[in-house]
Design a protein around this ligand. Structure first.
Ligand code: SAH
Length: 355
């Protein structure tokens, strides 16, 4: 992490906060920690803390996220924020209310180096890793907003901007904050990777049973090498081995993400390849029609094609769920809000189309 990235409110560990507040009675540290994590409110609302201390906390532990835009869609069921970080980079967070749960989708990096051709974040390139505090604060702010409409934030998915396993240590520490201090259960936390095998291996050994999702999108190396360039480094056989070891060791369910792209990965052959890959891993498949992005000329599979693809998978014995695209009208596809509203010029890669 470059030294220029200022430490923000949720970067501080409890021990560091204790040192910072040396001289205050010990219970004040507990109250501040409770205000930050259990209540997740602004210091000026902590009525049990003296005003001078609240002011000091607000000054010495500044928020790491300044709202640049907020977009609401799906009748208020989807809220998307674009945040400006202390050094000017921007990241996105999406809050989604469902009948049975409320999920926040968080970013782990500003930008992304994985360069998946269909992804708006990948098209714009990598800026930097997010800090523990910048990741954690996205969850705190989303939870606060949920509470305002009477909903309890129940799930966190690491499916926003960035590749969590390229920023493993900070991501993992933020998962601990979310679990230990914000009190969300490990089964309600999901890390999504493009297939960074060393990260899957570390997760297999990790001390919290969070869920793993792998963004597969193609199940043959020749085509996946092009759409998802990290496949050249960790090809499908290597990825499958890491996934198999993960399942054997953890007995958890694995899921595959598959963004359905018209003519690119939605034919019966693609469904058969996916089924053959997913079956031995007993993986669940999430199908998401591609959200259009400015730098990729191909559109999402039309609804009839999505149904057909899901049926073919079903016939082949694979469990598949079709996910509704959320917030298409507010650019909720990964990286899109930033691409539309960014204060900095965003370079869009030329479209790469495969047939
Ligand atoms: N780097 C991680 C997490 C961020 S992307 C990963 O790849 O899993 C989160 C999910 O959104 C991934 O499954 C990704 O492939 C998908 N995604 C990216 N751009 C998309 C788009 N334009 N339409 C639909 N899904 C997209």
């Amino acid at each position: 992490m470059p030294a220029t990235v200022a430490r923000s409110r949720y970067d501080w560990t409890r021990d560091e906060l204790t040192d910072l507040l040396a001289g205050e009675p010990r219970y004040r540290v507990d109250q501040v920690w409770e205000g930050l994590y259990q209540h997740g409110t602004e210091p000026d609302q902590w009525s049990n803390v003296p005003k001078a201390l609240r002011t000091r906390v607000a000054e010495q532990l500044p928020s790491g996220l300044t709202m640049a835009t907020e977009s609401v869609s799906d009748d208020g069921e989807t809220v998307k924020w674009l945040w400006t970080l202390a050094d000017g980079h921007q990241v996105e967070t999406v809050l989604m209310h469902y009948p049975d749960r409320t999920t926040v989708c968080v970013s782990s990096q500003a930008g992304c180096a994985m360069a998946c051709s269909f992804c708006a974040t990948g098209q714009a390139g990598f800026d930097r890793h997010l800090t523990v505090g910048e990741i954690t604060e996205q969850v705190v702010l989303a939870r606060r907003r949920s509470a305002e409409v009477g909903k309890r934030l129940s799930n966190v998915v690491f499916m926003g901007m960035g590749e969590p396993f390229a920023n493993y240590d900070r991501t993992w520490e933020s998962i601990h904050r979310i679990h230990d201090d914000l009190g969300l259960g490990a089964r309600h936390l999901t890390v999504s990777t493009v297939g960074v095998v060393p990260g899957i291996r570390r997760l297999t050994e990790a001390d919290l049973p969070v869920n793993l999702a792998v963004s597969l999108h193609l199940a043959n190396d020749a085509e996946r090498d092009e759409l998802v360039p990290i496949n050249r480094r960790y090809p499908l056989a290597v990825l499958a081995e890491a996934c198999a070891d993960y399942i054997d060791a953890t007995h958890r369910r694995l899921s595959f993400e598959w963004a359905l792209i018209d003519g690119v990965n939605d034919t019966p052959r693609h469904a058969r390849e996916l089924a053959a890959y997913a079956r031995p891993l007993r993986a669940h498949v999430n199908l998401i029609p591609l959200n259009p992005t400015p730098g990729y000329a191909v559109r999402g599979t039309p609804p009839a094609g999505v149904r057909e693809f899901a049926e073919t998978l079903g016939d082949l014995g694979i469990n598949a769920t079709v996910r509704r695209t959320r917030g298409t009208d507010i650019d909720a596809a990964c990286g899109q809000l930033r691409a539309t509203h960014s204060v900095e010029p965003v370079t869009i890669a030329p479209p790469t189309r495969r047939d």
